[in-house]
Ligand binder design. Structure first.
Ligand code: ADP
Ligand code: ADP
Ligand code: MG
Length: 665
């Protein structure tokens, strides 16, 4: 076994690998860019080496710097994690010639599978079912149209070197190919430095199901069953689970068998993933093989009890696999949610910044379910513009799928983040959707279920009760303080109140019994019992139990009451005496300030260009300026026709979300 391993990565995956090394008694070396000098991974590693400026191209992607860090520290092996150099065959070779073990497959396997065209050829030869299409490079638009028409629309135009959902376009007809082919080619050249394109049939409404394989250097290959990753946005995974609700034992062994056959065909000797698209009828077709640890590997670990990082390290050190296919079984169900720094309410725009509050749920067995949270950040850390905006990977495990879904919903409630926007309300919405519970998934799920974007979900009756109870409790605490501070002294608390929840009004009668608060719903003949409350004024998290069920909600003080969010439901609450409730009802609704003249930045970022000047007339939809964040350029367009009165930002300016960029006359 190695005595010291260098981790050529950052963030949660570096932390994940360090944890396993520690358990195995193997020393660890972290490498870090300027932005990561104070990161959790650096803190946890036994040693750390600085490798340069923040942009990955000048640090994490520079092979020579990584090799040099090994020399400096005497690390015998490198774990590349995912992304960065993990699927770079030249880097694997370079390690070999420097006498360092690359903890991943042999370079020949990376080369054969790293390229989508080459891997399809291998797969076809190994008897794997592949997506019908043209297994070869496409020369130009005319060639592309010829091939597309031969395959039959719709088709997918793909970059052979693609990854991360980039370099992919669907074409439904000739015009889409004319437009899409050059676009994919340009994107591929820019993102991967490789503009080879191929075309395959677009499988409509498919599911994404992948098989985890594991091989050693002695010719053994097993599979660790499947993961379903159908919940995607823009071809990128958001929620993954294992096993798949679609597969039965026969389909599982057919898919597993093909994945193992493909792995054997390339002498695969590490952990890897064979991705398929599957029809709702369980037909399936090979997409690509990822020759590395996969982002969503924790769900497989949770249902098999096998530590994939440990296995990668052991097989890289030459150990034979200690188990065969028949030793592996599926235990329970696991779901992973990718928690991203993005604003789900605003088209999932990136939202970078400092984690003013970062309180993940406890990683523990909660009885009905267990929680695992893979993260590389702590409270106070920054999610920077330089890297992937993932904050954490939250996993819930339970004996069955319904238990895992319920556990995930609870774990998401208990995940508190402030300082930037994040997608936990969106993830909670999916967990609460009957369609997700039914397991009828597809890669179109998000597009189908949220056709107009995400705007939260309407509260269920149970959520209305919970928000009513929390509002009543908070009001009582705040009013109690005011009473004690006021002239009336510590007089008796009033019992009858009206809780206003958005447009709903509820008459409640409150009575405190010890630490419990009883909330009698006067018009419904029911009483809610709230206890075990953990909340103080100023604290943005409200924990308690309603009728014995634990819950957690986010609270924010609003001008008159509180805004309470439970999962995907958010309500403005107000607790009034019956007399002021009557008055309140007659007040005209306060109008929001007129901001229709303002053009504001949709997110924090850097102004790349300002394309209009004061006095200029613009048409609806016209590009006004470009704001970049997280390597994504966002064009801010005019929402109406008009004349620009003032321009408030210029190229090079850093702007926050909602900063005014320009104003209409
Ligand atoms: P997959 O599930 O096939 O791994 P992903 O969408 O998770 O696909 O990742 C796509 C690419 O982006 C992969 O090359 C992966 O290694 C990389 N990647 C994804 N998330 C991260 C991250 N948090 N840090 C570094 N690289 C990442
Ligand atoms: P990447 O390397 O970016 O992960 P993939 O080939 O794995 O690229 O495709 C990413 C996603 O795009 C898949 O998970 C799937 O949702 C969708 N996709 C890819 N190819 C097809 C296809 N032929 N038909 C339908 N969907 C596809
Ligand atoms: Mg893929």
């Amino acid at each position: 076994m190695f005595s010291k391993i260098l981790i050529a990565n950052r963030g949660e995956i570096a932390v994940r690998i360090i944890k396993t090394c520690r358990r195995m008694g193997v020393g660890t070396v972290a490498v870090y860019s300027e932005a990561d000098a104070l990161s959790l991974a650096v803190e946890m590693a036994d040693e750390a080496v600085a490798i340069g400026p923040s942009p990955a191209g000048q640090s994490y992607l520079v092979a020579d710097k990584i090799i040099e860090a090994c020399r400096q520290t005497g690390a015998e092996a490198i774990h590349p994690g995912f992304g960065f150099l993990s699927e770079n065959a030249d880097f694997a070779k370079l390690c070999g010639s420097a006498g360092i073990v690359f903890i991943g497959p042999n370079p020949h396997a990376i080369e054969a599978m790293g390229d989508k065209i080459a891997s399809k050829k291998f797969a076809a030869a190994a008897g794997v079912s592949i997506v019908p299409g043209h297994i070869g490079e496409i020369d130009d638009v005319a060639h592309a149209i010829g091939i597309a028409e031969e395959i039959g629309y719709p088709v997918m135009i793909k970059a052979s070197a693609g990854g991360g959902g980039k370099g992919i376009r669907v074409a439904h007809g000739r015009r889409d190919v004319e437009e899409g082919f050059p676009a994919v080619r340009a994107e591929a050249a820019g993102a991967f430095g490789d503009d080879r394109i191929f075309i395959e049939k677009f499988i409509e409404n498919p599911r994404h199901i992948e098989i985890q394989v594991l091989g050693d250097k002695h010719g053994h290959v097993v599979h660790l069953f499947e993961r379903e990753c159908s919940i995607q946005r823009r071809n990128q995974k958001v929620i993954e689970e294992a096993p798949s609700p679609l597969l039965d034992a026969d389909a599982r062994s057919a898919m597993g068998g093909q994945a193992v056959a493909l792995a054997k065909a390339v002498d695969y000797d590490s952990a890897g993933t064979v991705e398929f698209v599957a029809g709702q009828d369980k037909s399936f077709y090979f997409l690509e093989m990822n020759t590395r640890l996969q982002v969503e590997h924790p769900v497989t670990e949770l249902i098999t009890g096998i530590d994939l990082v440990e296995q990668m390290i052991r097989v890289a050190a030459g150990e034979p696999l200690a188990f065969g296919q028949s030793d592996l079984t599926i235990d329970g169900w696991a779901i992973e949610c990718r928690i991203y720094a993005e604003d789900p309410y605003r088209g999932f725009l990136p939202s970078i910044g400092r984690l003013r509050r970062y309180q993940p749920p406890k990683e523990a067995d909660q009885g009905a379910y267990a929680v695992r949270n893979d993260t590389g950040v702590r409270e106070g850390d920054e999610i920077s513009v330089f890297y992937d905006p993932m904050i954490a990977k939250l996993c819930a495990w339970s004996g069955d799928r319904a238990g895992a879904v319920a556990g995930m919903a609870r774990a998401l409630e208990d995940f508190h983040i402030e300082g930037l926007n994040h997608n936990t309300p969106f993830l909670a919405a999916v967990m609460d959707q009957p369609r997700f519970a039914s397991g009828v998934l597809s890669t179109r799920y998000i597009a189908d279920e949220f056709p107009d974007g995400f705007h939260g979900l309407a509260p269920t009756p149970a959520q209305l009760d919970l928000i009513t109870a929390a509002a009543a409790f908070m009001h009582r605490v705040v009013a109690g303080r005011a009473r004690r501070l006021g002239a009336n002294g510590d007089g008796p608390a009033r019992a009858d109140w009206v809780v206003v929840l958005g447009k709903t009004r509820r008459n409640v009668r409150l009575s405190a019994a010890g630490d419990d608060l009883e909330i009698e719903l006067a018009d419904e003949g029911r009483t809610l019992v709230l206890d075990a409350v953990d909340w103080r004024p100023g604290v943005p998290v409200f924990r308690g139990r309603l009728d014995g069920q634990p819950f957690s909600a986010t609270v924010r003080a609003a001008p008159e009451g509180f805004v309470v969010r439970h999962r995907a439901a958010s309500l403005r609450t107000l607790v009034l005496t019956p007399a002021s409730a009557d008055l309140h009802q007659r007040l005209p609704e306060r109008k929001a300030a007129d901001t229709s003249c303002q053009v504001v930045s949709p997110m924090p970022g850097l102004v790349i260009s300002m394309d209009v000047v004061a006095g200029q007339e613009v048409q609806e939809g016209q590009a006004l300026c470009v704001v970049e964040a997280m390597k994504m350029q966002n064009i801010v367009r005019a929402e109406r026709h008009g004349v620009i009165a003032t321009v408030a930002a210029k190229a090079g300016d850093s702007v926050s979300a909602d900063d005014v960029l320009a104003e209409f006359a």
